[in-house]
Ligand binder design. Structure first.
Ligand code: GLN
Length: 378
């Protein structure tokens, strides 16, 4: 039969959004804002579309945008990527992840991932003949035992995929995690894919530790980020991959035959908009208020709020409310209580059920208020 991914169905994000729409439920499942992007960004897009910037971009991306990205990384992390040879603009984070994995993984290569894991990592590794080894982070703390991670390494290990801040748990890596990772990869040829699409959404005064701040890691890493998350335009599907030249050269060999290049006028709009640092430096505070609004609303319910250090997702445990599996509970919540969420088991290979669901708080306060009202009835 014609199936390279026989165990894979439609992603949980599409399923839950469809279920939300069918049931006219408040959609806190798929992660996207329900409020508009800044009118200034939208009028920049309009400007470039109307003024003739509508043909192919160079395959690596428009130089002004790559320059702004390099500047942002330098300002935030004090390290330099060469805009022309070390940054590639992609059709969103997911395409960058796909292309990086396609660049790295051959038949029989092993990749280590951390569960709960964003759903595209594993199928993509398998599509290219790779074998996935998992370290399982568990509720409520989702901590990493690095000795166990070390035991997953073999002479076939080609890649470690990290996601920081982590979707769906909302946990961030701390200095000691990074130091352990450095020790593990030292004197090996293991590459790292660092999915940092929520890099600018980190709470409570915590600092986001990017892979690129550590030269032992930077030299072997594909750093991936996304404008959809940064500027509330998930539908624009523009992200990027920053990596040392030797890795970028290989990445672009694949990229050129996958999408070749991405949307020209929107790249130029993003480049202009990025010049004002405030357009992204205020993001943590903006979402921290929404996180707190949601947490406050659920405080006196039977939902148990897990820690949320970053991303725009709040994990909650519902074992005091129901003993249903998280998948069944999420369905019931959507159909009967009109709030759509994502069951955490979707982020575990063997559907580990810890009675945890994920709520997206990238929503207008009035949307969150309605959801809270419904959830308070449980
Ligand atoms: N990143 C988004 C989330 O975690 C979903 C993206 C998608 O639908 N593929 O909800």
């Amino acid at each position: 039969p014609l199936s390279k991914l026989s165990n894979v169905g439609t992603t949980i994000f599409s399923l839950m959004t469809q279920l939300a729409n069918e049931n006219e439920a408040i959609n806190l499942s798929q992660g996207f804002p329900d409020f508009p992007a800044d009118p200034e960004l939208l009028s920049l897009a309009d400007h470039y579309i109307k003024n003739g910037f509508n043909q192919y971009a160079p395959l690596g991306g428009m130089l002004p945008l790559k320059e702004q990205i390099a500047q942002k990384i330098e300002n935030s992390h004090g390290t330099v990527y060469h805009p022309d040879t070390e940054i590639t603009i992609t059709a969103g984070g997911t395409q960058a992840i796909f292309t990086a994995i396609a660049t790295i993984i051959k038949d029989g290569d092993e990749a280590i991932i951390f569960e709960p894991a964003y759903d595209c990592y594993e199928p993509t590794v398998e599509l290219f003949g790779g074998i996935v080894k998992r370290f399982r982070m568990m509720a409520p703390d989702y901590t990493i035992n690095w000795n166990e991670v070390k035991n997953l390494i073999s002479d076939k290990t080609k890649l470690i995929i990290i996601n920081n801040p982590n979707n769906p748990s909302g946990k961030i890596l701390k200095e000691n995690d990074i130091q352990e990772l450095i020790k593990i990869v030292k004197d090996t040829n293991i590459l790292i894919l660092s999915d940092e699409v929520y890099e600018n959404i980190v709470f409570d005064g915590n600092q986001h530790l990017s892979i690129c701040q550590y030269h032992e890691l930077k030299e072997r890493s594909f750093l991936i980020a996304s404008f959809g998350k940064l500027f509330h335009v998930t539908g624009w599907k523009i992200g990027y991959c920053a990596a040392p030249k030797s890795l970028t050269d290989e990445f672009r060999k694949v990229h050129q035959f996958n999408v070749f290049c991405v949307n020209t006028p929107l790249q130029l709009a993003l480049a202009d908009y990025m010049k004002n640092e405030n357009n992204y430096l205020q993001l943590s505070q903006f979402f921290e208020e929404k996180r707190d609004f949601l947490r406050e609303g659920l405080k006196n319910t039977s939902f148990k709020l897990l820690e949320c250090e970053g991303t725009y997702f709040q994990a909650v445990k519902y074992d005091k409310i129901s003993d249903k599996t998280d998948f069944d509970f999420a369905h019931e919540l959507t159909i009967n209580h009109k709030v759509a969420t994502v069951p955490f088991s979707s982020f575990y290979k063997d559907k580990l059920n810890e009675n945890v669901i994920r709520l997206c708080f990238a929503k207008k306060n009035e949307t969150l208020e309605k959801a809270i009202e419904n959830l308070q009835k449980l």
